[in-house]
Design a protein around this ligand. Structure first.
Ligand SMILES: [Zn+2]
Ligand SMILES: [Zn+2]
Ligand SMILES: [Zn+2]
Length: 323
C-alpha cells in the first residue's frame, strides 16, 4: 500500500504517508456536498480535520503498541481511514491494548472538541445535553462558518468512535472482540468467531450501502469483507496447526513453545522439504546448515536464529536426532 503514497513527515520515529487516492476523495467530497458553508475553504478544512482526527487515532495505536514492547514505524492515511503498521508482541493482552488505544483517543477527544465548540458557540449558556443537541443540530446556521465547522468536528469524532467500535472485524471493535476471545479460546478459534461476525456485519453494511446508494460506504463494506475473508482463512490455518504435535526437546527462545513436527522448511540449496528440528538444522539431502537462518515462531511471532532454538533445548544440542 506504500506504493502510491506520499511521505508527509516523521514524528516520534513514525513516518506518516498519504495515499494519493485521498485527493480523489477530496474532489468527490468537495463537489458532492451542498452549501453547508458559505465558502468551500471550510469544506476543505473539514476534510483536513477529519484526517487529523484519524491520524491521532492511529498514533494512539502506534504508541500503545510500542509501550508494550512492539514495533510501529509507519502510518498511512488513505480514503478508508488510516493504517498504523503495528506489530505488538503476539499475546492477547498486548494486542488488546494496542487496539483499544485508538478508540480511546477519540474518547479523550470528546470533551476537548465539545469544549472548544461550546466556548466558541455558546460561551454563556449552560452546557446541558438538551442545550448541546439543540445547538449542534438545530441552530448551526446562527453560529456562522466557525460554529458549523466546530459542530462537524464534534460529530466526526463521535461517528468515528462509534463506527470503529462496531464488533466487525477488521474494525477496532472486531479486533477487540478477537483479542478478548483469544484469552478464552486461543488465537485460532477467536479469529474464526471474530471473522464470521465481521463477515455478517460487513455484509449487512454492504446491503445497507447498496440500498441507500452510498458508493463510499459500499467501497468500505467491500474492503471489510475482503479483510474478514482473509482473517477466516488465517483462522483455518491456525486451527489446523493446533492439531499438529510439537517437538518437545526444542523451544522458541522467546515464548518457550515447542516447534511443530513437520516438513515445513524447504532447503534453499537443493529444494528438499524437511523438518528443521528433526534434522537438527541441516538439510537431510545436501547437508547445508541452517543454524544461522532466522525463523519466525508461529506462536509469538518473534524471529530468532535456528541455533537459538537449539540453545533453548532440554537435551544436548550436539546429540544426533532420534530417527
Ligand atoms: Zn483504529
Ligand atoms: Zn515463540
Ligand atoms: Zn539441501
Amino acid at each position: 500500500m506504500r506504493a502510491g503514497s506520499i511521505r508527509l513527515f516523521q514524528f516520534l520515529g513514525i513516518t506518516v504517508y498519504l495515499h494519493i487516492s485521498w485527493f480523489l476523495i477530496v474532489l468527490f467530497e468537495m463537489s458532492a456536498r451542498g452549501h453547508y458553508y458559505s465558502s468551500p475553504i471550510w469544506q476543505f478544512l473539514e476534510i483536513v480535520a477529519l484526517f487529523g482526527i484519524v491520524l491521532i487515532h492511529e498514533f494512539g495505536h502506534a504508541l500503545a503498541c510500542r509501550s508494550v514492547g512492539g514495533t510501529a514505524d509507519t502510518i498511512i492515511l488513505w480514503p478508508f481511514g488510516g493504517f498504523a503498521y503495528v506489530s505488538p508482541p503476539w499475546r492477547p493482552g498486548a494486542m488488546l491494548w494496542s487496539i483499544v488505544a485508538g478508540p480511546l483517543v477519540n474518547v479523550i477527544l470528546i470533551p476537548i472538541t465539545v469544549g472548544i465548540f461550546w466556548l466558541t458557540v455558546a460561551p454563556h449558556a449552560p452546557l446541558t445535553v438538551n442545550n448541546f443537541l439543540h445547538v449542534l443540530f438545530d441552530s448551526p446556521a446562527a453560529a456562522g462558518n466557525i460554529g458549523r465547522f466546530l459542530a462537524r468536528i464534534v460529530l466526526i469524532n463521535m461517528v468515528l468512535l462509534v463506527f470503529n467500535l462496531l464488533p466487525v472485524y477488521p474494525l477496532d471493535g472486531g479486533k477487540i472482540l478477537w483479542s478478548l476471545l483469544w484469552f478464552v479460546t486461543g488465537e485460532g478459534l477467536a479469529l474464526r468467531i471474530a471473522s464470521v461476525v465481521g463477515l455478517l456485519g460487513s455484509g449487512m453494511l454492504g446491503i445497507f450501502a447498496f440500498r441507500s446508494g452510498q458508493i463510499y460506504l459500499m467501497a468500505i463494506a467491500a474492503f471489510l469483507i475482503f479483510e474478514a475473508v482473509n482473517a477466516y482463512r488465517q483462522s483455518t490455518r491456525l486451527m489446523l496447526m493446533n492439531k499438529i504435535p510439537r517437538h518437545t526437546q526444542y523451544h522458541c527462545p522467546n515464548c518457550h513453545m515447542g516447534p511443530r513436527v513437520g516438513t515445513f522448511w524447504t532447503c534453499s540449496n537443493c529444494g528438499t522439504h524437511f523438518d528443521m528440528f528433526a534434522q537438527h538444522g541441516h538439510c537431510p539431502n545436501c547437508r547445508a546448515s541452517f543454524m544461522n537462518t532466522d525463523i519466525q515462531c508461529p506462536e509469538c511471532r518473534a524471529v530468532s536464529p535456528v541455533s537459538a532454538w537449539f540453545a533453548a533445548a532440554t537435551v544436548d544440542p550436539i546429540e544426533p536426532p532420534k530417527s
